[in-house]
Write a protein that binds this ligand. Structure first.
Ligand code: ATP
Ligand code: LTN
Length: 331
């Protein structure tokens, strides 16, 4: 049966990285086949951090270009920008009025991020972020929400809010389920292979970016941290660097890790790293080229996003109307 899929990604970096791609976006592409998928660039969520207008605009467009380039088809899926569909704010407010202060205060992402920034630079919007995320999901009556492990708590909150609303005001929302990849979904920083590859890691030396040149990425792979041994073997404890490179190769080439270990038996780290660099370049080159081509025609890109927003709005407005009616608001 066709399932409704909804997910979102923040436009908070100049380029997505390989962790985003292998941990999340590759699944988005797979899930658009045979399902009714809605994919959203959550620009309003990005306003909860530092706001740089010129940079934000550029990053929203770059995000869209990359999503299309890596395989999200605007014909198969509904690809849109959150701020183009005002219903997100409308239902977001309703969710804020359903959520308890205490339960919002238990969100670990808020606790982590606000602890880093300190009280003075923490915005109220960062606190209410999960209620807007709940609205993103519930507006589309999603069955599944493909996300990384870090989003599990936000999905649970979304389910709690929907259940509470339904039982208090009548059946309005589908209760969504997280669609969370188990092992193998985590790609680590090449320089610090015990930390996840992350856009906010401070340095990009260990981050493979989709929009980087193949040469730049090859250089990063060649200087990836490895242990002192010389065996190409998957052992996350003793050999986190080599294990990470094996995971990357395997995820992109489709070859089993055990086969790769056999292929590289007796060869050195240099040969192995060169092979990883080649696999990465082969996969990312066409994505990068297509994204840059799409960015050349900004007007067309914006048109595609507006068309997506029209499709999204049709679904979202029906949900808002239903929730308003059930709340007793006069339509
Ligand atoms: P930040 O460092 O600001 O938290 P991020 O680089 O982790 O950002 P997000 O925008 O939080 O990226 O994540 C987008 C999606 O990519 C999420 O579904 C997340 O789970 C996934 N993801 C991010 N980093 C990795 C990684 N290293 N390995 C696998 N999946 C990842
Ligand atoms: N919080 C998510 C981004 C996000 C999202 C969503 C994901 C905002 N709204 C709705 C799934 C569904 C993150 O930081 N990865």
């Amino acid at each position: 049966m066709t399932k409704r899929i909804l997910s979102g990604i923040q436009p908070t970096s100049d380029s997505f990285h390989l962790g985003n791609y292998l941990g999340a976006l590759k699944q988005w592409v797979e899930l658009q086949e045979g399902n009714d998928a809605f994919y959203c660039i959550v620009d309003l969520h990005a306003l909860t951090g530092e706001i740089e207008p010129a940079l934000l605009r550029k990053r929203i467009l770059t995000s869209a270009a990359q999503l299309i380039a890596l395989g999200i088809s605007p014909e198969k899926s509904t690809l849109f920008v959150q701020s183009h569909v005002a219903e997100h704010n409308q239902l977001g407010w309703i969710m804020e009025c359903i959520a308890g202060f205490g339960e919002a205060n238990r969100m670990t992402q808020f606790k982590d991020k606000s602890a880093k920034g300190g009280a003075d630079s923490t915005r109220v919007g960062l606190f209410t972020y999960p209620m807007l995320q709940a609205a993103d999901i519930l507006l589309y009556q999603a069955h599944y929400v493909p996300v990384g492990e870090d989003q599990r708590q936000h999905i649970e909150l979304t389910r709690d809010l929907a259940t509470r609303f339904n039982s208090r005001f009548g059946e309005t929302f589908r209760i969504p389920e997280g669609y969370i990849l188990k092992s193998g979904a985590k790609i680590y920083d090449l320089q610090e292979p015990t930390n996840k590859m992350s856009k906010s890691s401070g340095s990009t030396a260990g981050v493979l970016e989709i929009l980087d040149t193949p040469e730049a990425n090859a250089k990063k792979i060649k200087s990836a941290t490895t242990d002192a041994g010389r065996e190409i073997k998957f052992d996350e404890k003793e050999k986190p660097g080599i294990s990470n490179l094996l995971s990357i190769h395997s995820a992109l080439s489709g070859q089993k890790i055990s086969d790769l270990e056999d292929d590289f038996a007796g060869k050195g780290y240099g040969d192995f790293k060169a092979a990883v660099a080649e696999v990465v370049a082969d996969h990312l080159r066409p994505i990068r080229d297509r994204a840059l081509e799409l960015l050349d025609d900004e007007q067309h890109l914006v048109q595609v996003l507006h068309a997506g927003a029209d499709k999204a709005r049709a679904v979202a407005s029906a949900t808002v109307a239903e929730s308003y009616k059930n709340l007793g608001l006069v339509l």
